[in-house]
Each structure stands twice: as C-alpha cells, then as structure tokens.
Design a binder for this molecule. Structure first.
Ligand SMILES: CC(=O)SCCNC(=O)CCNC(=O)[C@H](O)C(C)(C)COP(=O)(O)OP(=O)(O)OC[C@H]1O[C@@H](n2cnc3c(N)ncnc32)[C@H](O)[C@@H]1OP(=O)(O)O
Ligand SMILES: O=C([O-])CC(=O)C(=O)O
Length: 381
C-alpha cells in the first residue's frame, strides 16, 4: 500500500483547523486577543483613518503609499473599471434569476477569456491582472444589480474612488458623502483575512501554476457558501423571517432547542469578538438612527444578546454587515458580491505571495476505505 492509502496512525486535523500551511506576511488574525492586522497595521486604525485604495495598495505592496504613490495606484482603478463589451454582453445574455455570486464568478471567468495576458504567470503579470480585476469587480457587481432591476448599467467615472463609483453605478444618483464613507468602510473591513477558505482556495489554485483568473474564480465560488461569505445574506434572511424585536427571543429559543446554526455567529479562528464587528455594529446603529428606523439594528442587538451567551460564540463580520447593507438599500443576495469585490485585494496579495515562493499545495488523505480487494468482472457480480 502507498503511504497515502496506508493505515498509518495519522492525526487528522479535520478542516485543516489550526494547521499552519505556509508563511505569510500579509495579515495577522489573532484569535485569542481578537486582533486583526493588515501588514502590521491594526484594522481599527485602518477603519478609522484609511481608504480602500490605501488598503489595497498596502496589501499588495506591503507598505502604506505616500500621496504620489497612491495617486499613481488610484489612476488605473478608475480608468480600468469599465467592463469589456464582451463581458457586459455576457452579463446581458445571462439568466438573471440565479445567485448574483454565480454571475460574478462566471463574469470573472469570461473576463479572462478576453485578456490576452491571461496566461502570463510572472509576478508582474499577475499584479497587472490583479489591478484590472480590483477595478472591474465593483462594475460587474453594479451591472448585475441594475440588469436584475431591468435598468441599463452605468459606466464608472474616471478619477473617482472605488467606493464613490460603486455607489454611483449601483444607484445612478450622485452618492452622498455618508454613502461613500459607509461603502469605503465595508470595503476596508472585508479586504483581507489570512488563510480563510476563499483565500486558501485561491492559493491552492494558483499554486498549480494555472492562470490568475482561475484562482479568483475559485475564490469567488468558495466565498459564496453560507458558512463563509454567504453568511451575510443568510443573516438578513433570518432577521426578515423573525420580523420584529419581540419575535427574536422565541426564534432564538426555538433555534437553540433544535440545535440550529445561527448565521453570523462563530468563527474558525476568533475565540473572542471579531474585531471588525464593532465597526459594523456602530455603522448599523448610526444608519438606523439617521433613517428613523432602528428595527434591523435593534433586532440584531437582541439576537446577539441572546445567542452569544447561549452558544458561547460571538458574532462575526457577517452579522452586522447584513443590517448595514440593508440600511444602504442593497438587496440581500448582493451582500456577498460586495464582500468579494473587497476581498479581491486580499486574494490578489495572496496569489502574488504564493507565486513569489511557490510550492504545490497537496495535503494527504487519511485513508479509511476498504482494504485491497479482488476485481470481479461485471457478469459475475
Ligand atoms: C467571513 C466569514 O467566513 S465569517 C463566518 C461566517 N459563517 C457563519 O456565520 C456561519 C455560522 N458559523 C459557523 O458555521 C461556524 O461557526 C464557522 C463555519 C464560522 C466556523 O466553524 P468551526 O471552525 O467548525 O467552528 P467551531 O469549531 O467553533 O464549531 C464547533 C461547534 O460549535 C457549534 N457552532 C459553531 N458555530 C455555531 C453557530 N453559528 N451556531 C450554532 N452553533 C455553532 C457547532 O456545534 C459546531 O460544530 P459543527 O460545525 O460540527 O456543527
Ligand atoms: O477567516 C475566516 O475563516 C473567515 C473570515 O472571517 C473572513 O474570511 O473574513
């Protein structure tokens, strides 16, 4: 028997939980202290003081940019944001009653078909493609939204920020300063998180030396699941099912009795509060108060008060991002696409890091199947 098939005394780390799979200098997720650093910078400082463009630069290049460097970096982010006609035509000809994440995944893959440099796997080649996709994903997400609403997609405007352009392309109106600030905060908070499932997926994919678009397509497909990025949509579905603050307690009691999973709670790494959650909680409160409708925030707070002590799990980034995005008028099944158009910065940084010191990623299965047995031909079975 081969080593893989052998019944050796293996210790299996189910889900690879706790296993360190590679060195990485992009992000520290400290699960005990509830601390998150992008390239050494605390998420609290970045959330308060930086912009998504600065964060994307930091993740990809390792240092915060100065004003000149940022200007140079920003330029293609608005100029490359327009979709190729072929990609727009693909979206216009696609069924629109499918999950928007499936459309985003497929449109990303189609973009690769029309990129003549798609197969250039040098670190520089991957960097250029990363910039193009960071620029284009928000345009794809906004186009998906508008097409589903029966409206014509809107082109990005040069020299505007990713957040400004996204809100503009989504809604069609001149965005307010508060809308842009809220969108920018969401983008900063979701941009990177170590070896989470989708990032790991992108690294496994690129490590075979396939193309950049394959790695990002794999990552988008992985983020879509409701145990990962898809949880934000599932949280709003839960809140809508519950319907009122008064109905939260009986809903939670029923869920606890049935041992159901509460979406937006628990985390593979954090044993304490997810450091991103408080920023989204504060934004949810502010948006609710500004709109004179704190129902979604109040329901979320009530749920957190009841669920966390009962299951001993804190809420994660997806929990308050649901009410925030709902207050911003974003339909619930678009939430995960917005996560993806932010996380593309983190995925890109990881793809570049993987390519710069590559090793194929190939863990071993602990074989628990049948012993070797004799083949019996079909007529004798
Ligand atoms: C951006 C992100 O991806 S953040 C995570 C988003 N996902 C969610 O919010 C979905 C709900 N949460 C979960 O499913 C999990 O907590 C995960 C997937 C995030 C982490 O999973 P794990 O690393 O296996 O967590 P952990 O080891 O703490 O789980 C152990 C047990 O705690 C319980 N548990 C964990 N989370 C929850 C929850 N949200 N509700 C109820 N029970 C839970 C379960 O019994 C779980 O065992 P099981 O997975 O076999 O059912
Ligand atoms: O790290 C994880 O497992 C999930 C997560 O919070 C993220 O990807 O932002």
């Amino acid at each position: 028997m081969s080593a893989e098939a052998g019944k050796d005394q293996a210790v299996v780390a189910k889900g690879l939980k706790g296993i360190m799979a590679a060195d990485s200098s992009i992000c520290l997720v400290d699960g005990q202290q509830g601390k998150l650093l992008y390239r050494g910078y605390n998420i609290d400082d970045l959330a308060e003081k930086s912009s998504y463009e600065e964060v994307a630069y930091l993740l990809m290049k390792g240092e915060l940019p100065d004003a000149v460097q940022l200007d140079k970096f920003d330029d293609p982010l608005s100029k490359d944001a327009k979709l190729l006609p072929e990609v727009m035509a693909f979206l216009k000809n696609s069924p629109l009653d499918v999950p928007p994440m499936s459309l985003l995944r497929s449109a990303t893959s189609v973009a690769g078909l029309y990129d003549p440099t798609a197969e250039d796997n040098s670190v520089d080649g991957a960097y250029s493609k990363a910039i193009r996709l960071i620029a284009k994903l928000p345009t794809m997400v906004a186009a998906i939204h508008r097409l589903r609403e029966g409206k014509e997609p809107i082109d990005p405007v040069a020299d505007k920020s990713v957040a400004w352009n996204f809100v503009h392309m989504l809604k069609g109106d001149e965005p307010t300063g508060d809308e842009v600030k809220a969108a920018d905060l969401i983008l900063i908070l979701h941009a990177e998180h170590g070896f989470n499932a989708s990032t790991f997926s992108s690294r496994v994919t690129i490590a075979t030396l396939t193309d950049f678009y394959s790695a990002i397509t794999a990552a988008i497909g992985t983020l879509k699941g409701k145990l990962h990025g898809g949880a934000n949509t599932a949280v709003l579905e839960t809140l809508m099912d519950i319907g009122s603050v008064e109905a939260v307690e009986p809903y939670v009691e029923k869920g606890l009795a049935a041992k159901e999973k509460f979406m937006g709670f628990g985390h593979a790494v954090y044993q304490v509060e997810d450091p991103r959650a408080k920023h989204l909680k504060a934004l949810s409160k502010r948006l609710g108060e500004e709109q004179g409708n704190t129902k979604w925030y109040d329901m979320s707070v009530k749920m957190e008060e009841l669920v966390t002590p009962a299951i001993k799990k804190n809420c994660n980034v997806d929990f308050y991002s649901a009410s925030v995005q709902h207050y911003l008028g974003i339909p619930k099944d678009l939430f995960t696409c917005i996560f993806a158009m932010s996380r593309i910065a983190g995925w890109s940084a990881h793809v570049l890091e993987q390519l710069s010191d590559n090793k194929i990623i190939r863990p071993k299965a602990h074989y628990v199947g049948a012993e070797e047995r004799k083949y019996v031909s079909i007529g004798e079975r």
